[in-house]
Design a protein around this ligand. Structure first.
Ligand code: PLP
Ligand code: COI
Length: 370
């Protein structure tokens, strides 16, 4: 049973009223902030905003100075977490132009997330236009080299009402953050903590969509990973508590000695756009890829026997990060001697070269914004 919303024609178009920031960050301050941006702490001058209200539909599209949202204390998102988001990046090409990577896939997933969370679906062209507007107006914030501009589209339930029901009002916005590497030290192997106390998603739940609540629920497990000296948590399935699902913010792949790849099947995990791209690139290169369940017991045994050569995590923020070590309450093990493997690093190069425009885009994944 769907929730009905008016005026949400998929082909709908909105013109953005663009009001450049009156007091943008100076070129000197911007250069200082871009010197070592880390991940998600430096922000650009602008944001895009589109509002939805029942009866009026999507309206009021604006690009304006990045600013606080005034929210009534009874705003629905503050109480029941009706919120979704996306993450994608803009990459500076060597010719000075700018690429987006598969923004149409993010726009589609955003609609799927809205549907699951009973929120108003945002027309995909409006999502893409809002992202492009921010890339264009904040182009001076895109780092060179291996940095990128991380774009964060999100939507919050904005009705002022304490009843539990789908909000009648929403705010969609896009903010942007210049980023270096998600993990300190770049694509060095990361260590993973297997969460045996907490799960991330159950069948029929929200694991396959990008809602803030999934991340709130993962934080205790991630804190446990840090307490055990690990970089990231990996979750097991909620029924048998054996099958590998995904990390807190990344999908996972396994590389075997027969030259095949395997990744957990879709269902309760986020359908990662990086995951989908890696499957396509690997298959094209003649590497068989299975989307098949894999247990923690198999992972441990295959790492010990040498059948498993590599494991890696992937996502927009993390790109491809080799997994060197797996820790759990029942003991630790290393993969491939704890070093970055050639398959992970080869796929990483292939993907990144397409994203930065250094390799041909035979899939139509690149959208040139500038
Ligand atoms: N899984 C989770 C839980 C994530 O948060 C992300 C990041 O967005 C991913 C997987 C990877 O998805 P994508 O490759 O689309 O960034
Ligand atoms: C991403 O890779 O875009 C993510 O969302 C991961 C994390 C920053 C939430």
């Amino acid at each position: 049973m769907g929730v009905s919303f008016d005026k949400v024609d998929g082909a709908m178009w909105l013109d953005f009223d663009v009001q450049p920031a009156a007091n943008p960050v100076s070129a000197t301050d911007r250069a200082a902030r871009l010197a070592d941006p880390g991940f998600g702490r430096v922000f650009t001058d602008h944001m895009a905003i589109v509002r939805y209200s029942q009866g009026k539909g999507w309206h009021g599209a604006r690009v304006e100075s990045r600013a606080n949202f005034p929210l009534d204390p009874a705003t629905a998102v503050l109480h029941y977490a009706q919120e979704i988001f996306e993450g994608l990046k803009a990459y500076k090409r060597e010719d000075g132009g700018v690429n987006l990577f598969r923004p149409d896939a993010n726009a589609r997933r955003f609609r799927d997330s809205a549907d699951r969370m009973a929120m108003a679906p945002l027309p995909e062209p409006v999502f893409i236009e809002a992202v492009e507007q921010i890339v264009r107006i904040d182009r001076d914030w895109i780092p060179g080299g291996e940095g990128s501009l991380y774009l964060r589209p999100f939507m919050i339930a904005n009705e002022v009402f304490l009843g539990v029901k789908p909000s009648a009002d929403y705010i969609f916005a896009v903010i942007a953050s210049p980023v270096g590497s998600y993990f300190k030290g770049g694509p060095a192997p990361v260590s993973i903590w297997v969460s045996e106390n907490y799960t991330r998603a159950a069948i029929g739940g929200t694991g396959a969509v990008k809602c803030g609540g999934n991340y709130a629920a993962s934080l205790r497990a991630q804190a446990e990973a840090i307490e055990h000296g690990c970089d990231q948590v990996v979750f097991l399935d909620a029924v048998e508590r054996r099958y590998i699902e995904e990390l807190g913010g990344m999908n996972v792949f396994f590389v075997f000695d027969d030259g095949t790849l395997s990744t957990p099947p879709l269902g309760t995990i986020l359908p990662g756009i990086t995951r989908d791209s890696i499957i396509a690139l690997a298959r094209e290169a003649g590497t068989p890829v299975r989307e098949a369940p894999y247990t923690i017991e198999e992972w441990r045994a295959d790492a010990a026997s040498g059948k498993l050569k590599e494991a890696f995590a992937c996502g927009t923020a993390a790109v491809i990060s080799p997994i060197g070590k797996v820790c759990s309450a029942s003991g630790d093990f290393t993969i491939g001697g704890g070093a970055a493997g050639p398959v992970a690093m080869g796929l990483r190069k292939k993907l990144v070269d397409i994203q930065y425009g250094r390799a041909a885009d035979s899939h139509g994944w690149i959208r040139k914004v500038l």
